[in-house]
Design a protein around this ligand. Structure first.
Ligand code: CTP
Length: 449
């Protein structure tokens, strides 16, 4: 009795950038029994528990564990609560992890023995990631939003906040926020960073981006990057010549629910897409708030509302019409703009407004069913796929990644340090957005009401 019983041990981890702390843990885990199962966390599971900086893919991390030769079996950990399932399924005797988790897994005592092994001091994947890519990021712009970005930068491995350039330094809580320096001088900012996050007013983008690119700095800029397709071409060419990246900051593009719904629709879930209808509005005080007036409705909301249209139907529309309701003394501010597109086999429409309120939902109509994303669709954590037969309807829920700023910054950093093209906003989409802004500004085909 007992002597031929194989003692089965299980342990879990991310195993990013395999280091000797991992190896020592696996050695001791293996020594606890006869058969070691290692659960490697999937990318999505890691993201859902807030680990957004993992650098290696799941396949690479599985390979890391395999290469140690210590695991008898490797499995993937995909969901919360899976540990209980695994322990039962594999007939586990001992669950073990490093002492950084002490106490957290005591609830598993009900199913097997829980052993916490001393963590190896002085090494972690986080430390290795920090050493690998420390990007000094400067922020430029004139709104409180920069403070939000500054606080999010701290959550992203490998990005250091170098400083902020703004017209009103006194508005920034430099000391409270622990910001190294705040300046009015953009040139000074550029000398002290490797990359800039541009959140100035749309008309300032071109000049600021151009300057940064010429100085060899990477740029993450609030969409629209530029005020015309021609400007966009110039800037991308300049980025290429200088060997740096220019990317759109457009938070919706980085949200998990949004990205999944786009993939699902592209995969034919609702048949062929025939109509995309997106609305984004936010009522602002346009009389007193100067910053709000500098971002008119089309610049503030247009890029977000155009995103699903261009990502699903492409940028080769055959017709476009714009209707705007202008307000203000000089009738120069679009309180509301509606754009309609005709494609060869589909149509799209979008409504944006800062002086008009509407239901901010997204509906994608297809030949087999439709996707409904409730307001505010641009930062939703769930959507529904609906069919003629309501019994077939499905709801999808995803973890909301904060406001998306963290994800945006992490992808930006990764695309620089790993020289990968990790566009969440494809180049043709980014450019088409700028072209719409240009047509609007030149009043090309714009009806004013
Ligand atoms: N581990 C350890 N000693 C270290 C680092 C990790 O014993 N210095 C253990 C952890 O306790 C865990 C396993 O190795 O049981 C996998 O840990 P993982 O989270 O993948 O590694 P970390 O280096 O802790 O990663 P991060 O810095 O991303 O948290």
């Amino acid at each position: 009795m007992g002597c031929d019983h194989l003692v089965k041990v299980i342990t879990y981890g991310t195993y990013d950038l395999l280091h000797y702390g991992h190896i020592r843990l696996l050695e001791r885990a293996k020594a606890l029994g006869d058969y070691l199962i290692v659960g490697v966390t999937s990318d999505d599971y890691d993201k859902s528990r807030g680990k957004i900086n993992v650098q290696q893919s799941l396949m690479q991390r599985i390979e890391n564990v395999r290469s140690t030769g210590l695991a008898d079996e490797i499995i993937v950990e995909e969901y919360e609560g899976q540990k209980i399932d695994d322990i039962k399924k594999y007939g586990i005797d001992i669950f073990t992890v490093g002492s950084d988790w002490k106490g957290i897994f005591d609830y598993l005592n009900e199913y097997c023995n829980v052993v916490y092994l001393d963590r190896t001091q002085g090494i972690s994947s986080s430390d290795l990631r920090k050493k690998q890519r420390a990007l000094d990021l400067g922020l430029v712009g004139n709104s409180r939003f920069l403070e939000k970005v500054a606080s999010q930068v701290k959550m992203v491995n490998g990005i250091n906040l170098s400083g902020i350039c703004t017209d009103s330094p006194e508005d920034i809580g430099r000391e409270v926020m622990n910001i190294p320096f705040v300046t009015r001088d953009y040139d000074e900012l550029l000398t002290k960073c490797d990359a800039v996050y541009v959140h100035s007013t749309p008309k300032e983008h071109y000049e600021q981006i151009e300057k940064a690119l010429r100085a060899g700095k990477h740029v993450l800029c609030e969409a629209p990057i530029a005020m015309s397709g021609e400007q966009w071409d110039n800037l991308q060419k300049l980025a290429e010549e200088n060997g740096v990246r220019l990317m759109d900051a457009l938070r919706t593009a980085y949200s998990m629910a949004y990205r999944r719904l786009i993939l699902m629709v592209k995969g034919g879930k609702i048949g062929n897409v025939v109509s995309v209808d997106a609305t984004c509005t936010s009522l602002k005080d346009l009389n007193t708030d100067d910053i709000q007036r500098k971002w008119n409705s089309i610049c503030d909301w247009g890029p977000t509302a155009l995103l699903p249209v261009f990502q699903l139907l492409g940028t080769d529309y055959t017709e476009k019409s714009i209707v705007s309701h202008f307000v203000g003394e000089n009738k120069d501010f679009d309180a509301f703009t509606k754009i309609s597109f005709v494609y060869t086999n589909a149509v799209a429409s979008l409504k944006v407004g800062k002086g008009v309120k509407s239901e901010g939902d997204l509906v994608i109509s297809g030949t087999k069913g439709y996707v409904y994303v409730p307001a505010p669709w641009w930062k939703t954590d769930y959507f529904e796929v609906r069919y003629e037969d309501p019994l077939e309807n499905k709801r999808y829920f995803y973890q909301l990644d904060g406001e998306g700023i963290c994800m945006e910054l992490a992808v930006f950093a990764r695309s620089i340090t790993q020289s990968q093209s990790l566009y969440a906003v494809e180049p043709d989409v980014s450019k088409a957005i700028c072209e719409i802004i240009n047509d609007f500004n030149e009043r090309k085909g714009v009806r004013i009401i």
